[in-house]
Design a binder for this molecule. Structure first.
Ligand code: TPP
Ligand code: SF4
Length: 292
């Protein structure tokens, strides 16, 4: 079969014209086509929200799961069949609000899943309420006098939680974003790609123009993505929003720390005749690093 972007197209997206999520879908399709990964080898797991509809428009396998539970569902799929390329995608409400606990544990677990967050700073699907990444003072139907909560800093949270691949782009930077997604898929372990994906309907301030004026490509300012201290400092800068690869490090992904776990898809294993708890416990012998 020909593996190109068209192979990853399905229904015509019904996002509002101009929604940032169009660029994310395009970048994801481009990344998978560039990597020559076939649609039947790919599973996209999404949460609830405008962003969550991405599975509907995606030509590979898809699971549109419940709000905030993209990462547990993606983790389960990867555990069941590690040969699959597993991508998780959702909104900032999904990943940094209701699902933020799962993000922290996915970072420290370092399972080989690529997580793309369509960060529009609002709850788009429920009509534009204030979200975890809304800026201070953001006025919406849920904060008519302006948000009083400090916005979450997702990438700083991720690197502090042990994330091994962290990147960022604006959704209009399709080529940059596709490259970062490719890098995340190739990276052995968990990757988080935060995408500034403007909600043209409910946020009239953080427009494409606004982002263009506030971002800087990390490599243009001499950033070394393999230096943890530099990454933390860059993510704490108040004068700019960095885009590009922010942090990457080598660290054993989950399956390396679980060498006993079956390599074959769980569904292909013979039925378990003995006590399932005894069989399962074989997969959870101590990690060698702690037995020396
Ligand atoms: C458990 C649960 N709580 C709340 C909702 C209502 N709800 C649906 S989408 C959404 C937020 C959407 O915001 P975000 O995740 O940022 O995605 P966006 O629509 O902006 O892409 C909420 C609160 C829900 N569907 N399920
Ligand atoms: S409401 Fe906002 S996030 Fe939802 S489709 Fe429209 S522009 Fe996109």
């Amino acid at each position: 079969m020909t593996i190109d972007m068209a192979a990853y197209e399905r229904d015509h997206p019904t996002w509002c014209p101009g929604c940032g999520d169009f660029g994310v879908l395009k970048a994801l399709q481009k990344a998978l086509a560039n990597l020559r990964i076939a649609p039947y080898e790919t599973v996209l797991v999404s949460g609830i929200g405008c962003s969550g509809k991405i599975t509907t428009y995606f030509g590979g396998y898809g699971l549109h799961t419940t709000h905030g539970r993209t990462l547990p569902a993606a983790t389960g799929i990867k555990m069941a069949n590690r040969a699959l390329t597993v991508i998780a995608a959702g909104g900032d409400g999904d990943g940094y609000g209701i699902g933020v606990g799962h993000l922290i544990h996915a970072c420290r677990r370092n399972i080989d899943v690529t997580y793309i967050v369509m960060d529009n700073g609002v709850y788009g699907n429920t009509k534009g309420q204030t979200a975890p990444t809304s800026p201070l003072g953001f006025a919406s139907s849920s904060t008519p006098y302006g948000s009083i909560d400090v916005p979450i800093a997702p990438l700083a949270l991720a690197v502090a939680s042990g994330a091994t691949y962290v990147a960022q782009a604006v959704s209009s930077q399709v080529d940059l974003l596709a490259g970062l997604v490719e890098g995340g898929i190739k990276h052995p372990g968990f990757s988080l790609i935060n995408v500034f994906s403007p909600c043209v309907t409910y946020d009239k301030a953080r427009t494409y123009r606004w982002w263009k004026d506030h971002i800087r490509l990390a490599e243009d300012i001499g950033h070394d993505p393999h230096d943890f201290t530099q990454a933390v400092a860059l993510l704490n800068r108040e004068d700019l929003q960095p885009v590009g690869l922010i942090f990457q490090k080598d660290s054993p992904p989950l399956f390396e720390r679980l060498p006993q776990f079956p390599v074959s898809p769980l569904v292909s294993l013979p039925p378990i005749a003995e006590d399932p708890y005894r069989v399962f416990s074989r997969y959870f012998e101590p990690y060698p690093a702690y037995t020396q």
